[in-house]
Write a protein that binds this ligand. Structure first.
Ligand SMILES: *Cc1c(COP(=O)(O)O)cnc(C)c1O
Length: 424
C-alpha cells in the first residue's frame, strides 16, 4: 500500500496534464479573413438589411440550424443573453411563474427575474440531475407560464414527459443546452425538443468562441422576437411592422464577425470533439467502474451523453469518507491542467449549491428555505465531478487518473480517520 499524497505520500503524478485547447489553425485563418475584410460586426440596430448582422454571423446561424435540424438559429454574445432573450420572446412578465432547476449555473434560474417573473424551483431526478417531470408537475399553478429545462452535465432531461406536461398546461419550454451541444434525446437533437434551445460558446464548453451563444427554435414568432431583443427592438419594431410590444425593449446581445467565424470552425470540429470525450469516458470507465463506492453516470433516458463533465455517483456512507475529503485526496494525487492554474486538479465535490441559496433568493426571508429541493441538496454530497475526459488527454494521461482513483479507494482508512477528526 502506498501512502496517500494528502497524508504526505508521493502523488501519482505531478507533471501537468495537457491544456484544454480546441482552437487551432482553421480558427486563426478564419479570424485573419475577417480582419482583412475590416468588418468586425455589421449589425445595425434599425429595420435595415444589416439588422440580421454580417456574413459570418448569418452563415454561422444557417450552419448551426442545419446541424441540429432547427428551423432558426439566432446567435447571441453568450448563453446568458440567449436565456434572457428567450424569456423575453416567450412573453414572460410580472406575475408569471417560471419553473426552473436549482442544480445549474445561476443564469438559467435567474433569467425570468430579468422580466420580473418569479422562479419556482422544482427538484431534480437523482439519477440524471435534471428536473424531475413529477416535481415539475407538482409546482404548476395558474400563474405558471414557462419551464426552463437544463440538460445538465451533458445529458438531456427526460423531455417526452416534460413536453406532455407542458402541452397539457400550455407552457413554453426553454431548453438550456449550454452543457449539451450535439447531444440527442432518443435520437432527436437537443435544442429542438422544446420551444427554444440555448447553447453556450464560452471557453469552458465543448466548443467555444471565447464568449458566445446560440438560440434555436422551430417557431417563426419566437425567432423574430429573439432577433428583436438581441438588437434594439424598440427602434426596429416600427419599421418592421411589429405590433405586439410585449418585452420589445431590446438589448445589444449581438455576436461579432470574428466570433462567428471561429464558431463556424468549431461547429465543424464539434462531432469529433464529442467523439473524443465519449471514447475518453469509455477508457476511464473501464478502469473506474469496478471501484466500490463509485457509480458511473447513466445514459438513460436520453440514450446519449456528451460529457460536459463526468459526474460519478459517490457513496459517502459505504466508504465512510465525506465527498469533500475524497475530492481533496484525489486532487492531491493529480496535477494541474495547464491553463487552469490555481484551481487544482479538475475534480470536485458536488456541483453547485442549490441555486436558491444564492443571496438574491434570500432577500425575501423564507421565500426559498433550506430543504426546498431535498434531492438537489442530497446530490451535492453524493457526486464526484471531474473533467479529465477533455481532449487532448492521452490514454496514458487517463491511466494516471485511473491510478489515482484506484490508489485512493484502496486506502480509505487514513481518510476515515480525517473524517473522524473533523467531526470530533
Ligand atoms: C455555461 C452555462 C451557462 C452560461 O453560458 P454563458 O455563455 O457563459 O453565458 C448557462 N447555463 C449552463 C447550464 C451553463 O453551463
Amino acid at each position: 500500500m502506498s501512502k496517500l499524497a494528502i497524508t504526505g505520500g508521493t502523488p501519482v503524478r505531478t507533471d501537468p496534464f495537457p491544456a484544454y485547447k480546441v482552437i487551432g489553425e482553421p480558427e486563426k485563418d478564419a479570424v485573419a479573413k475577417v480582419m482583412d475584410s475590416g468588418v468586425l460586426s455589421r449589425f445595425i440596430g434599425g429595420w435595415h438589411k444589416d439588422f440580421y448582422g454580417g456574413p459570418e454571423v448569418q452563415a454561422f446561424e444557417r450552419e448551426w440550424a442545419d446541424s441540429c435540424g432547427a428551423t432558426h438559429a439566432i446567435s447571441v454574445n453568450s448563453a446568458t443573453s440567449g436565456l434572457y432573450a428567450a424569456c423575453g420572446a416567450a412573453g414572460i412578465g410580472a406575475g408569471d411563474e417560471v419553473i426552473v432547476s436549482p442544480y445549474t449555473m445561476s443564469a438559467s434560474c435567474v433569467a425570468p427575474m430579468v422580466y420580473k417573473a418569479t422562479p419556482v424551483f422544482a427538484d431534480i431526478d437523482p439519477a440524471t440531475y435534471c428536473l424531475d417531470p413529477e416535481s415539475i408537475r407538482s409546482k404548476i399553478t395558474a400563474k405558471t407560464k414557462a419551464i426552463i429545462i437544463v440538460h445538465i452535465f451533458g445529458m438531456a432531461a427526460d423531455m417526452d414527459p416534460i413536453m406532455e406536461i407542458a402541452k397539457a398546461h400550455d407552457l413554453i419550454v426553454i431548453e438550456d443546452c449550454a452543457q449539451c451541444p450535439f447531444a440527442t434525446y432518443k435520437g432527436r437533437p437537443v435544442g429542438t425538443l422544446g420551444h427554444m434551445g440555448i447553447f453556450s460558446f464560452n471557453y469552458h464548453k465543448h466548443i467555444h468562441t471565447g464568449e458566445g451563444g446560440m438560440i434555436t427554435t422551430h417557431d417563426d414568432h419566437f425567432a423574430e422576437r429573439c432577433q428583436l431583443i438581441r438588437n434594439h427592438a424598440e427602434s426596429v419594431v416600427a419599421g418592421k411592422g411589429v405590433t405586439d410590444q410585449t418585452n420589445m425593449i431590446g438589448f445589444n446581445y449581438r455576436m461579432g464577425e470574428i466570433e462567428a467565424a471561429i464558431g463556424r470552425c468549431q461547429l465543424a470540429k464539434g462531432p469529433e470533439l464529442i467523439a473524443t470525450r465519449k471514447s475518453n469516458v469509455a477508457h476511464l470507465e473501464a478502469g473506474l467502474s469496478g471501484i466500490a463506492g463509485l457509480t458511473m453516470p447513466t445514459t438513460k433516458p436520453a440514450g446519449d451523453h456528451v460529457y460536459y463533465v463526468h459526474a460519478l455517483g459517490y457513496d459517502p456512507d459505504g466508504t465512510g469518507v465525506p465527498v469533500g475529503i475524497m475530492a481533496d485526496a484525489l486532487k492531491a494525487e493529480l496535477p494541474l491542467t495547464e491553463l487552469r492554474e490555481g484551481e487544482g486538479a479538475l475534480v470536485r465535490a458536488g456541483y453547485v449549491q442549490p441555486a436558491y441559496s444564492l443571496p438574491i433568493f434570500q432577500t425575501t426571508p423564507g421565500a426559498y428555505p433550506a430543504g426546498l429541493c431535498p434531492m438537489t441538496e442530497r446530490a451535492n454530497q453524493r457526486l464526484l465531478i471531474h473533467e479529465f475526459m477533455r481532449p487532448p488527454m492521452s490514454a496514458a494521461d487517463l491511466d494516471d487518473v485511473i491510478a489515482a482513483f484506484t490508489k485512493v479507494f484502496d486506502n480509505l482508512d487514513p481518510l476515515r480517520a480525517m473524517a473522524q477528526q473533523e467531526t470530533a
